[in-house]
Design a protein around this ligand. Structure first.
Ligand code: FAD
Ligand code: FES
Length: 545
């Protein structure tokens, strides 16, 4: 498999230890660091699909932009996606109808269809070599769901004006014999990092300024600071997946989930290019019920790559279902092999973070209470289209152009019919603070072998401890700097994850996912030398056996 589990996270490159196929198969997109004070019309924070599309659209509309990215371009969740480009919404059109009414569900369908078209046009116009294809998508029943779900969704998609079809078979999936599927025609797929590279070249070609390894801090209505320099701007777009401007309280309107991906070779031509999704686990304890999502990507002359995802859980809460992170991959392989029996050995595995909004639609628009700060967040599993819509909608707001989708996506909207889900998620969030009085998962630092981490209780203190491959111990406070929940160790991505609102930190305490904006506090922990030495001797003995 193309992963190197002993390397710590290179947070400039990606937000987890396991590399995705996209980042592993392309060169990192590095521009230059900001090295001077600068003034611009629009400052964009974040170099994923949302930030780069916003930069592209604003430049096309004649605006001047500066984009700053903490790591390299695509180093956030965009580089860890599976890049289905679709108007089939994970949260279902019949739910949208219930929450927003038929007219707005129709607007939602229209916006996602236009976003797919925008990507197709941009690929063509900018001549981006990113394997973009129009493909059909198929929504089929999960093992424990009933046909009623498909019937309801089919009617709602028709109400929303989509050209869906009800099929009596799930195309290409023999294991689903006798099950029905909804076909969504003219969806899309691409190699996301190649698309970002094309967008980047177009942005630079139009005179846009992009700075990588440049973290925006102290974001305000005047601009931000980065690398010790001032960036002055008339408008500020925060496109950081989870907003990192610290006065924003979006963490009470959306929840962070981890989702898992495996990728295996498959002989070219044995399966058609298409997107498949099941309707999800209806018995799931999570409001954002986990569903499976599968597609193919071109790999080489003889093989395609089968990319399959799912097995989600709330960040930092994998153990609540007694399924630790590593077992999620095993479950995913089992599920995928049953449906795609010709898949070969695993080439890649990785996980990533999706942000689930309370009412199914992303939050795109003016930050509540601000006139010149804008956010793009809450993409759910539809970040390719929501991120693209972010660029289109914000450009129209900033340039004063009318846009029919502004109210639908407004971060200030109030929605009804979501109270049950809201209370469930808030209850879950509050429950996470109980970790203050429970024991850590590791008794003391001597239990940690090289490459292992964990949470240690020491009196009233909670310590996030990690022993690196050279046997050096790294210790930080395990108290999340956002709102004080206790972090959990994620052994698969080698990070400390917050179960309350999804912030994540590297083994050395550097923040890699918001809403936290600061790193973990370093703590000095003295190890008992003799124990430490005996641990090393034991390791040496093991090596010689
Ligand atoms: C495993 C997985 C599968 C998915 N599959 C799909 C799919 O098939 N289809 C789909 O539509 N969506 C999918 N999604 C969702 C989609 O990938 C994301 O919603 C989308 O990529 C988010 O894009 P973004 O640009 O908003 O955020 P990001 O890509 O996370 O970009 C935000 C950037 O901001 C940077 N940043 C943060 N703080 C600062 C700061 N202070 N200063 C400067 N920069 C900063 C980060 O480094 C990061 O690069 C998937 C997600 C995952 C994890
Ligand atoms: S992310 Fe809010 S307390 Fe940790």
């Amino acid at each position: 498999m193309n992963t190197s589990p002993s390397e710590p996270i290179d947070s400039n490159l990606t937000s987890g230890e396991n590399k995705s196929f996209w980042t592993a198969s392309t060169e990192p997109i590095i521009i230059e660091k900001l090295k001077e004070n600068i003034k611009t019309d629009v400052l964009i924070v974040g170099g994923g699909i949302s930030g780069l599309t916003t930069a592209y659209c604003l430049l096309k509309a004649g605006r001047q932009i500066v984009l700053v990215e903490d790591g390299y371009l695509g180093s956030g969740e965009t580089g860890r996606t599976t890049a289905h480009i679709t108007c089939a919404l994970g949260d279902r059109y019949f739910e949208l109808e219930k929450i927003f009414g038929k007219e707005k569900a129709m607007l939602a369908a229209n916006s996602h269809t236009k976003a797919i078209q925008f990507i197709a046009n941009t690929v063509k116009h900018e001549n981006i070599d990113c394997n973009f294809k129009r493909v059909p998508g198929y929504l089929f029943l999960s093992g424990n769901d009933t046909k009623e779900t498909l019937d309801k969704e089919y009617t709602a998609t028709k109400n929303a004006g989509l050209l869906t079809e009800m099929l009596e078979q799930v195309p290409a999936l023999a294991s689903e014999e006798g099950k029905w599927a909804i076909k969504f025609p003219e969806q899309g797929q691409f190699h996301i990092m190649k698309y970002l590279k094309g967008l980047t070249e177009a942005i630079i070609g139009m005179g846009g300024k992009i700075y990588t390894e440049t973290k925006a801090e102290e974001i305000s209505r005047e601009g931000a600071k980065a690398n010790g320099f001032e960036i002055k701007a008339k408008h500020i777009v925060v496109a950081t997946n989870t907003p990192v401007n610290d006065w924003v309280a979006m963490h009470t309107k959306q929840w962070a989930y981890r989702t898992y991906v495996i990728a295996a070779k498959i002989k070219k031509g044995t399966w058609p290019y298409a997107l498949w999704w099941d309707t999800g686990d209806i018995d799931s304890q999570w409001i954002g019920a986990s569903y499976h999502y599968v597609r193919l990507e071109e790999l080489d002359d003889t093989n395609d790559l089968l990319i399959s995802g799912g097995e989600d859980h709330r960040v930092g809460q994998a153990d609540d279902e007694n399924i630790p992170e590593e077992d999620r991959y095993i479950k995913l392989v089992e599920w995928t092999k049953k449906r795609f029996p010709v898949m070969e050995n695993l080439e890649y595995k990785w996980s990533g973070q999706v942000v689930e909004p309370i009412d199914s639609m992303a939050f795109i628009g003016k930050n509540p209470g601000d006139e010149n700060i804008y956010i793009i967040t809450g993409h759910s599993g539809n970040g390719m289209t929501h991120g693209t819509l972010g660029g289109i909608i914000l450009t129209d707001i900033i340039t004063g152009k009318e846009n029919p989708w502004i109210d639908l996506y407004s971060p200030s909207r109030i929605t009804f019919n979501t109270a049950g889900d809201y209370l469930h998620e808030v209850g879950n969030m509050v429950a996470q603070y109980a970790d203050w009085v429970t024991k850590g998962d590791v008794k003391d630092t001597n239990e940690l072998k090289p490459g292992q981490g964990g949470i240690i209780s020491s009196g009233l203190k909670k310590i996030a401890a990690y022993r690196d491959e050279e046997n050096n111990l790294h210790t930080c406070s395990a108290v999340c700097p956002h709102l004080g929940a206790i972090l959990q160790w994620n052994a698969e991505e080698k990070s400390f994850d917050c179960p309350a609102h999804g912030s994540r930190f590297t083994t050395e305490g550097k923040v890699i996912n918001g809403p936290a904006i600061t790193d973990l506090k370093k703590l000095e922990v003295k190890e008992e030398k003799s124990l430490q030495q005996s641990h090393s001797i034991e390791e040496e003995l093991n090596k010689t056996i």
